[in-house]
Design a protein around this ligand. Structure first.
Ligand code: FES
Ligand SMILES: [Fe+2]
Length: 381
């Protein structure tokens, strides 16, 4: 199916806008067109709260890491004053990236001509003979700051100075996850994957209950079959959707594998897994002994950089013999991650065909339908 000239006119999407039982999938070009992708970057990712990383990655003053968030190079750093900040990773002299990788530093020295910035982003040296540059004042050329706000140890950035704050964006997410105490959790492991698919395929997959029986047939479906344990779509406001799964054990372990103790603040009788997708692309699954998250970072129309983090209460990670215990969690996470990465790659390959046509949804895929409509609300004219 070829993309139309007036790509963002709502006439092309009327079939997606109908109630889920009558709706069609997004037209295939939404997943393959560089023009559509560029529009998502400008109208969606440039305006929403994007996950940037866990706060414990920069626990000490001077700690930093770099990351490209929805194609924009950023530098996330904790200043000497202890405050976390986000900056454009773009030198104010002639534009080079000023930092790479991660680490701890007192200053960022641009590799091109050595303009130097403090860990709070101020320009502290400009050794390029600026004396005759009219009106040049170092204090006007600090790194461009980007808004950074945190909840539960998750740091988010927003490139739109006029957007409402993070807490407003998240709606009742803090209440839904309150008992899991994400603030007290810390990373047991963090991985990144490059996957060749459009970011929406992956985001949709994270709230697609039907694929579990087939894609995860040999892994999670064996002990937590979708039909056996009730799942409920939770009431949400804010920019997210969420489900609760009544499987009473850890959804981060296989069957009877022994793990860490239950989160202290959880009520045993109500324990299960709460799994929100914070629009557009951060999935968090809080289970009875920890949590994992998946951030689907868009790189191009046909490529994502995926971050998976495994989180545990601090006291659990301080247990002697923790590495042996962690192996069991990672075995479970590695298996399902590989299964989802593969299925999303296959979906992209199949849909990226001149012969593909929009398909139909099951009414059990209401959350997928809701997700793509949330995206259209922001992207269309
Ligand atoms: S571009 Fe950074 S110092 Fe010149
Ligand atoms: Fe999956």
């Amino acid at each position: 199916m070829r993309e139309p000239e007036d790509l963002f006119s709502s006439v092309h999407y009327a079939d997606v806008r109908r109630p889920v039982g009558e709706a069609f999938n997004l037209p295939p070009w939404c997943y393959t067109s560089p023009r559509f992708f560029q529009r998502e970057i400008e109208r969606l990712f440039a305006k929403v709260w994007n996950f940037a990383g866990r706060a414990e990655r920069i626990s000490k003053p001077g700690d930093y890491f770099t990351t490209d968030i929805a194609t924009v190079p950023l530098l996330i750093a904790r200043g000497a004053d202890g405050k976390p900040r986000a900056f454009a990773n773009t030198c104010r002299h002639r534009g080079c990236t000023v930092a790479k990788g991660e680490g701890n530093t007192r200053a960022f020295v641009c590799p091109y001509h050595s303009w130097t910035y403090s860990s709070s982003g101020d320009l502290i040296a400009a050794p390029t003979e600026m004396g005759e540059s009219a009106g040049f004042n170092m204090k006007d050329y600090g790194l461009t700051q980007v808004r950074l706000e945190s909840w539960g140890g998750f740091m988010f950035v927003n490139m739109d100075p006029t957007a409402p704050g993070l807490i407003e964006y998240l709606g009742n997410l803090p209440q839904l996850l309150k008992d899991y105490d994400c603030e007290n959790m810390t990373l047991g492991r963090r991985l990144e994957f490059d996957v060749n698919c459009n970011w929406k395929f992956y985001a949709e997959n994270l709230k697609d209950p039907l694929h579990v029986t087939s894609v995860h047939r040999d892994s999670i479906s064996k002990f937590a079959p979708v039909k056996k344990y009730w799942r409920e779509v939770q009431k949400t406001n804010g920019n997210m959707i969420s489900t609760f799964m009544g499987y009473p054990a850890s959804a981060m372990l296989f069957g009877d594998d022994a793990g860490f103790p239950m989160i202290k603040t959880l009520d045993k009788k109500k324990a299960g897994t709460t799994a929100p997708l914070i629009f557009p692309n951060l999935y968090i699954a809080c289970t009875i002994d920890g949590a994992w998250y998946i951030h689907v970072n868009p790189v191009a129309a046909d490529r994502i950089r995926l971050e998976q983090g495994a989180l545990f209460p601090r006291e659990s990670l301080a247990t002697p013999g923790r590495d042996e215990i962690l192996k069991r969690y990672f075995r479970r996470l590695d298996m399902t991650q590989a299964e989802d990465n593969e299925i999303c790659t296959l979906q992209h390959k199949g849909l990226n065909s001149p012969l593909s046509r929009p398909g139909r949804y099951s009414t059990k895929e209401a959350l997928v339908h809701q997700t793509v409509n949330w995206i259209l609300d922001r992207v269309l004219d």
